[in-house]
Design a protein around this ligand. Structure first.
Ligand SMILES: Cc1cc2nc3c(=O)[nH]c(=O)nc-3n(C[C@H](O)[C@H](O)[C@H](O)COP(=O)(O)OP(=O)(O)OC[C@H]3O[C@@H](n4cnc5c(N)ncnc54)[C@H](O)[C@@H]3O)c2cc1C
Length: 466
């Protein structure tokens, strides 16, 4: 009997889609070419990077701020192999968790590379060359993304690494050169700086974190400089000479001009990610892609071929795990005849550095470009009692609301535990809240989240503690 649904790829998009489909009574299978489930996110992305960020942040705290609270630990040491073991254990428990969930939901899992040979037909080629033919009413492509590469610079994952190699470095490099000041470059650059590397980040643009509210990004840039990260903005790495003991990166001004040479032990290429559709057979069956190689879908995640859908990093939109999860659930519901939907106006985005950045909704730049009149409320963590008690006073909350209706249009947080607080903003926006609604919601004291309430009060110029 054919499947109702075959999902190709088991990242956060694919496995969530499969589980939702099974919940809705569909006979479901997944195909995964990696030896473990969970995709980029669980194996080499979100989870291992957060393990490294968490451990390296505590390591730095133990050496720097503990003493100010009267805690004596001496000079902390770092056992790098033990740190890597902790990272891998974390990955292992998460990928096994997905295997358990697939089984629990009675989803058949096929290990191997999936190829769509015709609508309703998927061929799975296992590592030993054996093939299995699957018949299905519907197919969801959830094959994710791959590292974007720089022309002429070969990633060997040892000295010239992508994020994958950067998670696994066996020794702390003396000098790490990061190409790209986006989220991944700043997160992994922060990890290795905390562990002792000298880190220089080369960025093509004249600012860091493209897409993040500029005021937040600029203040964050100043904080990172204070932490010891070195930036070379408006610059591009055009070649890396690997012949000597140290790498020699040729760096030119973005606009062209005289090149300089920067030496490093390791170069991390973190210029973004590209959709991954290799070997899927999309061209053969006639699934259209856009000029950036992304699978084109309509608002119901349908591709140009009947019965074939796509979700996650392989389609347009922010390359984020939770965006893929939402799409996975919505696609399964749509296939089941329900009204699945993703609200792209409320997709939070987090940078897990110290302090963290978390945002949802529009930036000031976007509102200006769209000609929307807006009000701003800001409140600094330095005026929040809990942040002061925690010795974590850097940053601020910024709320942007519609000048006429007061509806919240964007919330941007630079500060401690921004990752948790942004959920409050997302819920508020999902329910169409005004800044007045947030301001009139009782927030527990003393909590960091009072900063969100104060920023909401500040929209109407009536913050209390400032
Ligand atoms: C270092 C790093 C840190 C990140 N941190 C975060 C974070 O903190 N938060 C966040 O939201 N996002 C983060 N991301 C991004 C996040 O990992 C991706 O957005 C997310 O994994 C995309 O999910 P997906 O399901 O679309 O695809 P993926 O997770 O990429 O999964 C696709 C799966 O499909 C499989 N596959 C591909 N082709 C085939 C085929 N033909 N047959 C069978 N299987 C196939 C692949 O092996 C893979 O397992 C991070 C990424 C990186 C690299």
């Amino acid at each position: 009997m054919p499947y109702d649904l075959v999902v190709i790829g088991t990242g956060p998009g694919g496995y969530v889609c499969a589980i939702r489909a099974a919940q809705l009574g569909m006979k479901t299978a997944v195909v995964e070419k990696r030896s473990t489930f969970g995709g980029t996110c669980l194996n080499v992305g979100c989870i291992p990077s957060k393990a490294m960020l968490h451990a390296s942040e505590l390591y730095e705290e133990a050496g720097e701020s503990f003493v100010h609270m009267g805690i004596k630990v001496g000079t902390p040491g770092m056992d790098l192999p033990a740190l890597h073991k902790y990272r891998l254990q974390n990955v292992d428990s998460n990928v096994k968790g997905v295997a358990f969930l697939l089984k629990k939901n009675k989803i058949d899992a096929f290990q191997g590379a999936g190829r769509i040979v015709a609508p309703g037909k998927v061929e799975v080629k296992a590592a030993d060359g054996k093939t299995t033919a699957l018949e299905t009413k519907n197919i969801v492509v959830a094959t994710g993304s791959d590292v974007a590469r720089l022309n002429g610079i070969d990633i060997d994952e040892k000295r010239i690494v992508s994020s994958t190699g950067a998670l696994e470095l066996p020794v702390v490099p003396n000098k790490l050169l990061v190409v790209g000041a986006g989220i991944i470059g700043l997160e992994l650059g922060s990890v290795w700086r905390r562990l002792g590397a000298e880190v220089i980040i080369v960025e093509f643009l004249d600012h860091i974190l493209p897409g993040i509210d500029r005021e937040i990004a600029n203040q964050f840039h100043r904080l990172l400089l204070r932490q010891g990260l070195v930036f070379k903005l408006s610059s591009k790495v055009v070649a890396v000479d690997t012949s000597g003991k140290t790498l020699k990166a040729k760096v030119e001004p973005a606009a062209g001009g005289a090149a300089e040479t920067l030496e490093a032990d390791v170069v991390l290429v973190a210029i973004g990610r590209v959709p991954y559709t290799e070997g899927l057979g999309l061209e053969t069956v006639g699934v259209n892609k856009d000029n950036r190689g992304r699978v084109m879908v309509d608002p119901h995640f349908k591709t140009s071929v009947e019965g074939i859908y796509a979700i996650g990093d392989v389609i347009a939109g922010p390359m984020l795990a939770h965006k893929g999860e939402e799409e996975g659930m919505a696609a399964a519901e749509i296939i089941a005849g329900q009204a699945g939907h993703v609200n792209y106006d409320v997709i939070p985005n987090v940078v897990y550095t110290k302090p963290e950045i978390a945002s949802v909704g529009k930036t000031e730049e976007e509102l200006k470009a769209a000609g929307v009149a807006y009000s701003i409320g800001k409140f600094p963590f330095s005026a929040n009692a809990r942040a002061r008690a925690n010795l974590a006073t850097e940053g601020f909350v910024k709320i942007l609301s519609d000048a006429k209706t007061d509806r919240v249009l964007g919330v941007h947080i630079l500060g401690p535990d921004a990752e948790t607080m942004i959920a409050e903003a997302a819920i508020a926006m999902e329910f169409g809240a005004s800044s007045e609604d947030i301001a009139r919601t009782c927030h527990a004291h003393p909590t960091l989240s009072e900063t969100v309430k104060e920023a909401a009060l500040a929209v109407d110029k009536r913050a209390i503690n400032m």
